[in-house]
Design a protein around this ligand. Structure first.
Ligand SMILES: CC(C)(COP(=O)(O)OP(=O)(O)OC[C@H]1O[C@@H](n2cnc3c(N)ncnc32)[C@H](O)[C@@H]1OP(=O)(O)O)[C@@H](O)C(=O)NCCC(=O)NCCS
Length: 204
């Protein structure tokens, strides 16, 4: 099996939206409210809008398995207000919209994408990979724990959000356990200046 990670292009937007829809249906079928609009998840239109900006900023990546798109991740230094402290944001890259196509579930592609985030964090001189996970989804929390993350806290922002379970992993954890497999940080085009407009929700 060959997994390669490349920057997403705007042509990938429909693929990323398809993956989001596929996994939203999968989550609903499992009885989870993660990503449902009833539980304040992003609408697909809004998701497309946010990812469009992220792709344009060079923050979104596609994992390909044997040349076929298999997953996606967005990595930047932005998070919704009142989740992380300024100091926590300053020393981390933040993971968003990690999704693996169901056809490739169980192949470890999600972990490869997380390792990519760690490699990128190291190139930016950051020590942590951080993310917010759907607060009520214990199975998702278990996934991140198995991937080496720890639950830092459940945030309680003034503006309620369904994605407040805050997880982190130190980049050295990947060096020790996984050797940053498959990541070639010298090729990362991410821009340190890339920012979302202030106030744009990025949960998930
Ligand atoms: C999270 C994800 C990217 C991990 O991909 P992966 O590394 O290839 O791992 P797998 O898909 O094999 O999942 C590993 C396990 O975690 C579970 N899991 C993953 N995401 C889950 C979720 N959102 N809710 C419940 N369980 C989840 C899977 O069911 C699987 O459990 P199993 O081992 O009992 O079958 C992928 O499972 C996915 O796309 N999940 C849905 C979207 C999601 O929740 N993304 C994270 C947002 S913070």
């Amino acid at each position: 099996m060959t997994v390669q990670i490349r920057p997403a292009a705007l042509d990938d937007l429909s693929l990323i939206c398809r993956l989001r829809q596929q996994r939203a249906l999968w989550l609903a079928a499992r009885g989870s409210d993660q990503w449902s609009t009833e539980a304040s998840g992003l609408s697909l239109d809004y998701f497309a809008h946010v990812v469009d900006r992220a792709v344009t900023a060079g923050e979104t990546w596609i994992a390909e398995m044997n040349g076929e798109p298999a997953g996606t991740i967005t990595i930047n230094d932005q998070a919704d207000n009142e989740l992380w402290t300024e100091a926590e944001l300053a020393d981390a890259l933040i993971v968003h919209y990690l999704i693996v196509d169901l056809r490739y579930a169980g192949e470890g592609i999600g972990r490869r994408l997380l390792a990519h985030a760690a490699a990128l964090a190291r190139t930016r001189g950051r020590h942590w990979v951080r993310l917010d996970a759907w607060t009520g989804n214990a199975d998702l929390h278990a996934y991140y724990r198995r991937a080496g993350f720890r639950l830092v806290r459940v945030a309680v922002p003034d503006r309620p959000s369904p994605s407040c379970a805050l997880f982190e992993r130190h980049v050295n954890g990947w060096l020790r356990d996984e050797g940053l497999v498959g990541s070639r940080p010298e090729t990362f085009p991410i821009s340190a200046q890339a920012h979302y407009p202030i106030g744009l929700p990025v949960l998930g």
